[in-house]
Design a protein around this ligand. Structure first.
Ligand code: UD1
Length: 398
C-alpha cells in the first residue's frame, strides 16, 4: 500500500513526498498531467515527450491507478517509454461513484501540494472527469485532450465524462471538425477550441515500425491476413447476459470461415465467468482467447489482421489510420470521422448482421479509406506549442 492508500504503485511517490515543483523556474508553466486507464497511456505518451523538449514547461505525472493489472497498465509504460508517474493514487476498481470519489479525494491532495498552473486530462474515463472536477473547484485551469467527442448516448458512462469534462475545461484540444462543431453547438467559446489532430495517432506512427517486428500473429500460429481480431469491454455489450450471448452467436457464425483472436478485457472475462459462458467459449473452434496484449504486441496483431471487430473507441481510430477494416459492435460512435473517411462500419450487435457484414468485408475488404486531417503524428507538438504560452502569475513564492 502507498501512503495514499492504494495498490502497489508502478513507481510513483506517495502524496506528502517532497516535490521540486515549487523550486521550478520563475516563469515556467507547471503542468500536472493525469492518466488512469489503458487508453490514457497511449494518449499521454507523446504529450509528455513533447513537453520534455520545452525547458519552460515543468511536468508532473499522476497515475490514478484506475487500471492496475500489469497488462492493463505497466506494460504500456514500458512499451511507450512513459516516465514513472510522480504520484500513484492507487484507487483501483469499484462502482462509478466509488472510483470517481476516491480519485477526487486523492487528487485534491496532489493539487493542494503541487499548486500547478494547469492540469492536463485526456480521453473520457472516470479518472478524467474526477480530476477535472477537482481542478475546476480549486480554480486550476484544465486542458482536455480529445475534447468534443459525442455519441449522444447518455447511457454510456464515457459520454457523461466527456460532456462534463469539456464544460469544465479552458483548453479543448480536438481531433476532428465534428468535435469542434459539437463543442460550438454546446456554447463553448471558439477561442477555447483548438483543432490539433489525434495524439493516439502520434503514438501509432512512432511505434508502427517497431510493432511490425513483433510478429504477434506468427506466435499464435496464424499467418498475416488470415484472421480477425475481436475486442469487447463496453458495459452495454458485456454486462448484460443476453447482449454478450448475442455476440457469441455472431462469433460462432464467423469462426468456421475466419479465425478470431480475442484478447479479453478483465471486465469481460469476469462477466464470462459470471454468466456461465466459459464452457461455451472453450468449445468454439478457431477462437484464440488470450489475455490483453501490450501496446506493441497488439499493434502488430492489428497490422497483420484481415479485419477488426470492436466496441472500443480508440481502436476505431487506429484501424482507420492503418487502413485495416473495422466493424464497430455498437449502435453509435462518437468518432464519425472514422466512418466518413476511414475504414469503420458501425454494424450494431444483432448476430445475423454482424456475421453477414464480417464475412462480406472479409471477402471484399473495406477499401483503404483516408486518414483524417491532422492525424499526422504531430498533434502533441501542436498541443504543447499552445500550452507553453499559458500565462503564469509571476509570484515571489515560485
Ligand atoms: C475503462 C473506461 C473505458 C475505457 C476502458 C479501457 C470508464 C468509465 N471506462 O473501462 O472508457 O475504454 O477503461 O480499458 O472509465 N479491472 C481489472 N484490472 C484492471 C482494470 C480493471 O481487473 O487493471 C476490472 C475491474 O474488476 C473492474 C473492471 O475491470 O471492475 C472494469 O474496470 P473499470 O476501470 O471500471 O472500467 P473499464 O471497463 O476498464
Amino acid at each position: 500500500m502507498t501512503e495514499s492508500g492504494g495498490l502497489a504503485p508502478p513507481g510513483g511517490r506517495p502524496i506528502g513526498g517532497l516535490s521540486d515543483f515549487s523550486a521550478s523556474g520563475f516563469h515556467s508553466v507547471r503542468i500536472v498531467s493525469v492518466v488512469g486507464g489503458r487508453p490514457n497511456f497511449v494518449k499521454i505518451a507523446p504529450i509528455l515527450e513533447a513537453m520534455g523538449e520545452v525547458p519552460a514547461i515543468v511536468s508532473r505525472l499522476v497515475h490514478t491507478g484506475q487500471h492496475y493489472d500489469h497488462e492493463m497498465s505497466r506494460v504500456f509504460f514500458e512499451d511507450l517509454k512513459i516516465p514513472e508517474p510522480d504520484f500513484f493514487l492507487g484507487v483501483g476498481s469499484g462502482t462509478h461513484a466509488q472510483q470517481t470519489a476516491r480519485v477526487m479525494m486523492e487528487f485534491e491532495r496532489v493539487l493542494a501540494q503541487e499548486g500547478p498552473d494547469l492540469v492536463v486530462v485526456v480521453g473520457d474515463v472516470n479518472s478524467t472527469l474526477a480530476c477535472a472536477l477537482v481542478a475546476a473547484k480549486l480554480l486550476v485551469p484544465i486542458a482536455h485532450v480529445e475534447a468534443g467527442l459525442r455519441s449522444f448516448d447518455r447511457t454510456m458512462p464515457e459520454e457523461i465524462n466527456r460532456v462534463l469534462t469539456d464544460h469544465l475545461s479552458e483548453y479543448l484540444f480536438t481531433h476532428s471538425e465534428d468535435a469542434d462543431r459539437n463543442l460550438r453547438r454546446e456554447g463553448i467559446p471558439g477561442e477555447r477550441i483548438h483543432f490539433v489532430g489525434n495524439v493516439m495517432i502520434d503514438t501509432l506512427r512512432k511505434y508502427e515500425p517497431v510493432a511490425r517486428g513483433k510478429r504477434t500473429a506468427e506466435a499464435l500460429g496464424l499467418s498475416p491476413g488470415s484472421y480477425a481480431v475481436l475486442t469487447l469491454h463496453r458495459p452495454s455489450n458485456v454486462d448484460d447476459a443476453e447482449s454478450f450471448a448475442a455476440i457469441l452467436d455472431a462469433l460462432e457464425a464467423i469462426l468456421p470461415t475466419l479465425p478470431v483472436v480475442f484478447p479479453i478485457h478483465p471486465r469481460s472475462r469476469k462477466r464470462l465467468a459470471e454468466f456461465g459462458f466459459e464452457e461455451r467459449i472453450q468449445h468454439l473452434q478457431n477462437l484464440r482467447l488470450c489475455d490483453p496484449f501490450g501496446y506493441l504486441a497488439f499493434l502488430s496483431l492489428m497490422l497483420d489482421s484481415r479485419l477488426v471487430l470492436t466496441d472500443s473507441g480508440g481502436i476505431q481510430e487506429e484501424t482507420t489510420a492503418l487502413g485495416v477494416p473495422c466493424l464497430t459492435l455498437r449502435e453509435n460512435t462518437e468518432r464519425p470521422v472514422t466512418v466518413r473517411l476511414g475504414t469503420n462500419v458501425v454494424v450494431g450487435t444483432r448476430p445475423d448482421r454482424v456475421a453477414a457484414e464480417t464475412l462480406r468485408i472479409s471477402e471484399a475488404g473495406a477499401g483503404r479509406g483516408k486518414t483524417p486531417p491532422l492525424w499526422d503524428g504531430r498533434a502533441a507538438s501542436r498541443i504543447v506549442a499552445i500550452l507553453r504560452r499559458h500565462p503564469v502569475a509571476a509570484g515571489a513564492d515560485r
